[in-house]
Design a protein around this ligand. Structure first.
Ligand code: NAP
Ligand code: MG
Length: 400
């Protein structure tokens, strides 16, 4: 068969456990038969990260800066138990964190909506795309306990000494205190990633913070978003017929819940952490949440939002049948191939990505799905059938 040619390779980051198994099958059954696949391959599986002292992760991120498009499999972020399980030299950092730092990117998460799988919020007819600012605030905070009779201050110094001193609280009883920060540069590049991605997808941007209570800290977010929008994006947004809305975070939540979806919801770090779980749950299954990291200068890394599905992997190792949802991982591949096609003017490749997604949608809406989706599926006259991990991919392949 005449396979679709690629001009520029994509960066391929392999991963761990059950998703590594799915990765191989997706390539074999759904991509390689149709596409003369060109990738720069980096094995981000934990054994290889350990062997290379994690240099492979950095190399993969650098390659993404160079080539512009990457697809990543889920990877283990080691904890103490993993250090023992894999006999690691060290508790390596999260690969996603490393890649995000190198690309200075923002993660956009988007549920994959399919006819027959109704979200818990049935009003959401279009996806809510959630962007989380992944720097600072409570995630890089310092904190401690304070005893009765002590006083806590917020002290700022420069090289000549103290610049300001604010009393946080004089403690009558035992308590706690926390200091957190953010950076204008990081907030501005978050704003640029959001506005740029929204423009490309033609989605309005909603951003919420708590500036009524936090008159300097949260207000700074509001001001920077406003500045970036007015100076760099307002005209382009008007041309694309989309809008930017700033509102209080409380109101943003209410608006999103009432909406029909089809918005890009920009969230501060903590709000994004919490609300992305809310959006994922409201849409049914972690296996249906796609994710893309976009840098402010337009580099893309596509992946599934879920992890390596460890529990299923242990079953797989024992030779038991698994029914692991591969949809978000397939979407990572289709997203990367489509973007590569767009950037290279390779219509055949971009069209293939659309066809791949349609084959998945068609399989599920006609009742073929993995176990996680069965209880969510409701469609007149169609009976849901639970398939194994591999049988589901074969169903998609048959339609492709
Ligand atoms: P997980 O792999 O997302 O899985 C948690 C549970 O969610 C699964 O046990 C399964 O529930 C369900 N689930 C998730 N994805 C599914 C899918 N595709 N199909 C069917 N069910 C799915 O999270 P975890 O167990 O907390 O983490 C496992 C490993 O993944 C950890 O080592 C963690 O570091 C890593 N991780 C990586 C990433 C990433 O690379 N982006 C993200 C998160 C976690 P049931 O068991 O009930 O079937
Ligand atoms: Mg969370």
């Amino acid at each position: 068969m005449n396979r679709i040619k690629m001009t520029t390779p994509i960066v391929e980051m392999d991963g761990d456990e059950m998703t590594r198994v799915l990765w191989r099958w997706i390539k074999q059954l759904l991509i390689e038969p149709y596409v003369d696949l060109r990738t720069e391959y980096y094995d981000l599986g934990l054994p290889e990260r350990d062997r290379t002292d994690d240099a492979v992760t950095t190399a993969a991120a650098e390659a993404t800066r160079r080539l512009g498009v990457a697809v990543k499999c889920a990877t283990i972020t080691p904890n103490a138990q993993r250090v023992e399980e894999y006999g690691l030299k060290k508790m390596w950092k999260s690969p996603n964190g490393t890649i995000r730092r190198i690309l200075d990117g923002t993660v956009f998460r988007e549920p994959i909506l399919i006819e027959g799988i109704t979200p818990y919020l049935p009003g959401w007819r279009k996806p809510v795309v959630l962007a989380r600012h992944a720097y600072g605030d409570v995630y890089n905070a310092v904190e401690c306990r304070v005893r009765a009779g002590q006083t806590a201050y917020l002290v700022v110094e420069d090289k000549d000494g103290e610049v300001s001193r604010l009393k946080v609280h004089g403690f009558d009883g035992d308590g706690i205190v926390q200091g957190m920060h953010n950076l204008d540069g990081s907030i501005a590049s978050f704003a640029r990633s959001c506005f740029g991605y929204a423009l490309e997808r033609r989605l309005p941007v909603w951003f919420g913070a708590k500036d009524t209570i936090s008159k300097i800290y949260d207000h700074r977010f509001k001001d920077i978003f406003d500045e970036v929008y007015r100076s760099e994006y307002a005209e382009k947004f008007a041309g694309a017929g989309i809008e930017y809305l700033y509102t209080l975070i409380d109101d943003a939540v209410a608006r999103v819940v009432r909406s029909e979806g089809g918005v890009l919801w920009a969230c501060k770090n903590y709000d994004g952490d919490v609300m992305s779980d809310m959006v994922a749950t409201a849409c049914g299954s972690l296996g249906m949440m796609s994710s893309v990291l976009v840098s402010p200068d337009g580099k893309y890394e596509y992946e599934a939002a879920h992890g390596t599905v460890t529990r299923h992997y242990y079953k797989y190792l024992k030779g038991e049948e698994t029914s692991t949802n591969s949809v978000a991982t397939i979407w990572a591949w289709s997203g990367a191939l489509r973007k590569r096609g767009e950037l290279d003017g390779n219509t055949a490749l971009a069209d293939f990505a659309d066809r791949l997604e349609r084959a998945v949608v068609d399989a599920i809406s006609s009742g073929c799905m993995t176990g996680d989706l069965v209880p969510l599926f409701r469609r007149e006259g169609v009976q849901a059938r639970k398939l194994s991990s591999r049988a589901f991919l074969q169903e998609v392949a048959a339609r492709l």
